[in-house]
Design a protein around this ligand. Structure first.
Ligand code: PHE
Length: 481
C-alpha cells in the first residue's frame, strides 16, 4: 500500500469491486428509497425525474469524480488529503477546512440518519411480530383499521425510550463494521448486504408488477410535462442528486483514499452514479405500484414510507411478509450508508488525534449517540425545543429536523461547491490530467463542468435554500417575463 500518513498505516480495499460496492452502498440509502420517490411525487413526476438524471450526469458525476480523486491522490483522511493536494499545487493549506467541514457534516448526518435507521428497525419489529402472529400470507396488521395503522407511526415517534435505544442499536451495528477496518469490516458489510439488497429490491418490484398498477406508476414517474419543470423543481432535483450520491460530506474523499493506483476513477465514478440512479428509479417502480394497487395516493416526506406503505401492505396478499422484506431491505441500504458516514470522522480522528481505529470509531459513536438520542427525543419529549429557532431558516425545527435542514441546505451544498471550486481552480492541471482517467475532449468537458457549471448550480441551491421566498419570487418573475 502507499506510504503511511501521520500515525496510521494506510489501509485499502481488497479489490476494485470491493470499492465499487462500498461506494454504491454509501450512495444507496434512505435517499433513494424514501427521499427520491417522495420528491418525485411532490415535484411533478416526470419533469423532476428527467431533470434529476440531467443533474446526476452534469453535476453529481463531475463532483463525485473530484472527491474520489482528491482522496486517492491525498492518501489520507479528507482534511490532510486536501492540504497535501493544495500544497502540491502551490495553493493554500487552508483548503483543508473544506474537508473538515465535510467531516463535521458527515458526523451530523450520521447522528440523525441512525435515528431514522432505528425507526426502520422498529418497523422490522412490527412486521416481524405480525408475520409471527398472523402468518406470512395475510395482509399486514389484519383486523386493524387504517387509522390504527396510521397511529403506529405517531406512537413510535413519541416513544422516546424505544427510538433512543434503537438509534443506539443502529449506531452500534455501524460501529462494529467501522471498527474492523476497511477490508475487514467496511467492505464486508457492502459485499454481503448490497447483493442481498438488490435481490430484495428486484423481488419486491416483481411482486408489485402483479398488482396491476405498473402502467399508472410508469405514467406517474416518466410522463414528461415541460410546463412542470419550474425553478423549484430543478432545485429540488439538484439537492436530491448530491444527497443521493453522498457528496459534500468528505465521505467519498475518505473512501477514495483507500483506492489503488490501478483503478480508473472516471469509469468507476460512472458505475457508482449509474447504479445509484438505477436504484432510485427502481425504488420508484417498486413503491408506487404497491401504493396504487391498494387504492392509495402517495404522500410526501417520511409519511410515504412509514404510513402510506404500511397501509398498502395491510391491503395486499402476503402484505406482512413483503412488508417485512421491504423494511429489511431499507435497513441494509441505510446501514451501508451509515458506515460511510461514520468512516469519515473516524478516519479523521485516527489521522488527526493519532487514535487506534476502534478507539476513534468508539469516540465518534459516543458523540453521535448523544446527538442521536436528543434527535430521537425531539419528536416526543423534546418536541417544543427549537435550538436555532431564532434564525428564520430554522424556525420551528426540533433537533432532528434541524440537523437535516442544516446539513442539507447549508453544509452539504457548501462542501460540494467548495470541492468543485478547489478542483476546478486550485488543483494543478498536471495532477488532474494524471488522475482523472479521462482523455481529450471528455477531460476538458469535465474541467469546464467543475470550474463553471457545478459551482454555479450549487451556489444557486445554496441561495435558494437560504432565501426560499426571494428565490421563489425571482423565478416567478422570470417565468412571467
Ligand atoms: N447517499 C445516502 C442516501 O442516499 C446518504 C448519505 C449522504 C450517505 C452523505 C453518506 C453521505 O441515503
Amino acid at each position: 500500500m502507499v506510504a503511511s500518513t501521520g500515525t496510521t498505516a494506510r489501509e485499502g480495499w481488497s479489490s476494485r469491486s470491493a470499492f465499487v460496492l462500498a461506494a454504491i452502498g454509501s450512495a444507496v440509502g434512505l435517499g433513494n428509497l424514501v427521499r427520491f420517490p417522495a420528491e418525485a411525487g411532490a415535484n411533478g413526476g416526470g419533469a423532476f425525474v428527467l431533470f434529476y438524471i440531467f443533474c446526476v450526469v452534469l453535476i453529481g458525476l463531475p463532483v463525485l469524480l473530484s472527491e474520489v480523486l482528491i482522496g486517492r491522490h491525498g492518501q489520507a483522511a479528507a482534511p490532510l488529503s486536501f492540504r497535501r493536494i493544495a500544497e502540491e499545487s502551490g495553493g493554500s493549506g487552508a483548503w483543508s477546512i473544506v474537508a473538515s467541514l465535510g467531516v463535521f457534516s458527515a458526523f451530523l448526518v450520521l447522528s440523525f440518519y441512525c435515528v431514522l435507521g432505528g425507526w426502520v428497525l422498529y418497523y422490522i419489529g412490527l412486521f416481524g411480530a405480525d408475520v409471527f402472529l398472523s402468518g406470512p400470507a395475510s395482509g399486514a396488521f389484519a383486523g386493524s383499521s387504517f387509522e390504527e395503522v396510521d397511529a403506529l407511526f405517531g406512537a413510535m415517534v413519541s416513544d422516546g425510550l424505544s427510538t433512543s435505544l434503537l438509534d443506539i442499536v443502529f449506531l452500534a451495528i455501524t460501529f462494529l463494521f467501522v471498527a474492523r477496518g476497511v477490508s475487514g469490516g467496511i467492505e464486508k458489510v457492502a459485499v454481503y448486504l448490497m447483493p442481498a439488497f438488490f435481490f430484495l429490491l428486484l423481488a419486491i418490484t416483481i411482486y408489485g408488477m402483479f398488482g396491476g398498477a405498473m402502467a399508472r406508476t410508469v405514467d406517474y414517474l416518466f410522463t414528461f410535462e415541460p410546463e412542470k419543470l419550474t425553478g423549484e423543481v430543478m432545485l429540488a432535483a439538484v439537492g436530491q442528486a448530491f444527497f443521493s450520491l453522498s457528496l459534500g460530506v468528505a465521505g467519498m474523499v475518505t473512501y477514495g483514499a483507500y483506492v489503488g493506483r490501478d483503478v480508473n476513477l472516471a469509469s468507476t465514478s460512472g458505475v457508482i452514479a449509474g447504479a445509484d440512479t438505477a436504484v432510485a428509479l427502481i425504488a420508484g417502480l417498486c413503491i408506487f405500484p404497491i401504493v396504487f394497487a391498494a387504492g392509495l395516493e402517495p404522500s410526501g416526506g417520511l409519511g410515504l414510507m412509514f404510513q402510506t406503505l404500511p397501509h398498502a401492505f395491510s391491503d395486499l396478499p402476503f402484505g406482512t411478509l413483503i412488508g417485512l422484506a421491504f423494511f429489511v431491505m431499507v435497513a441494509f441500504a441505510a446501514l451501508t450508508s451509515s458506515v460511510s458516514l461514520m468512516e469519515a470522522p473516524t478516519s479523521w480522528a485516527m489521522d488527526r488525534l493519532g487514535l487506534a481505529r476502534p478507539v476513534a470509531a468508539m469516540l465518534v459513536t459516543g458523540a453521535a449517540a448523544v446527538l442521536g438520542v436528543l434527535s430521537a427525543l425531539s419528536t416526543g419529549a423534546l418536541a417544543g425545543f427549537h435550538p436555532l429557532g431564532f434564525i428564520p431558516l430554522f424556525e420551528g425545527l426540533g433537533i432532528l429536523d434541524l440537523l437535516d435542514s442544516f446539513t442539507g441546505k447549508l453544509t452539504m451544498p457548501i462542501g460540494a461547491l467548495l470541492t468543485s471550486v478547489f478542483v476546478g481552480w486550485v488543483v494543478s492541471r498536471r495532477l488532474l490530467d494524471e488522475e482523472s482517467g479521462l482523455g481529450g475532449g471528455v477531460h476538458r468537458f469535465w474541467l469546464f463542468l467543475v470550474r463553471w457549471f457545478c459551482p454555479l448550480m450549487l451556489a444557486l441551491i445554496l441561495v435558494s435554500g437560504i432565501f426560499p421566498e426571494t428565490t421563489a419570487r425571482l423565478f416567478a418573475t422570470l417565468g412571467a417575463g
